[in-house]
Design a protein around this ligand. Sequence first.
Ligand SMILES: [Zn+2]
Length: 270
Amino acid sequence: MRIVFLLFIINFSISIYAQEIKFFGEAKPGGIVIGTGEKIVSAALNNTNLQIDKNSFFLFGFDRDASGKYLLKVKFKNKKIQTFEYIIEKKDYEEQRLRLANKYVTPPKKLKSRIQREALLMKSARLKIGKVKDALFMEGFVYPVDSVDIRSTFGLQRILNGKPSNVHNGLDFGGSEGDSIRAITDGIVCIAGKNFFYNGNFVLLDHGQGLTSVYLHMSKIMVKDNQKVKKGDVIGLVGETGRATGPHLHLGVQWYKKRIDPMSLFELKF
Ligand SMILES: [Zn+2]
């Protein structure tokens, strides 16, 4: 509520010059905000320039652990500047305790080079992110599975076999082996990875302007690198490859390196 209130105040105080900007989404930890309007020439969040596509769409997001003050400056063709202030309050996340095969918590030495090689492949694939300026996501988002059964939410602090481990940077959907996995919005296949130690078979999609989604643990991959996909297209099948406790889909979303709650996309109303 506090954020909405602030936006209102700021908008109001400069309404004499107001240009039309529409915002979708919420400024919160793990949140995504999409803006659009007429005659926008540039936009910057805390002095980092955002990409604006030909339809004047731009997007920005807030990491899982984001907090503090963020300033969005939007510049229009007539040289007017509109500023929006967001105050983000740090969010606390719950713990989740899981039991996994020991090799997935403390991988044996002989797997080290494989894990490093896979991490490098992922890193070099991610170097492509940000080059697509078009807002491929402008048609909106759909769930990646036909029957939605959320098994694990975004941001949980994981305790694996009693040891504090990495954060759960995604959303887990329950499913059966072979269920369809769909692209949450239009995109380009950045990498389709086969049999990675942690990810299993997976697909990383680039949705433009730094927004990505990744789909892990597939039993089958149905797309190829650089292939264009449309919202709702089947890109793979649910499985339990990699570090998984039973068949499910792990969906991860990022804006560049910021960890985004996938649910914040499904809540967007265009
Ligand atoms: Zn997961």
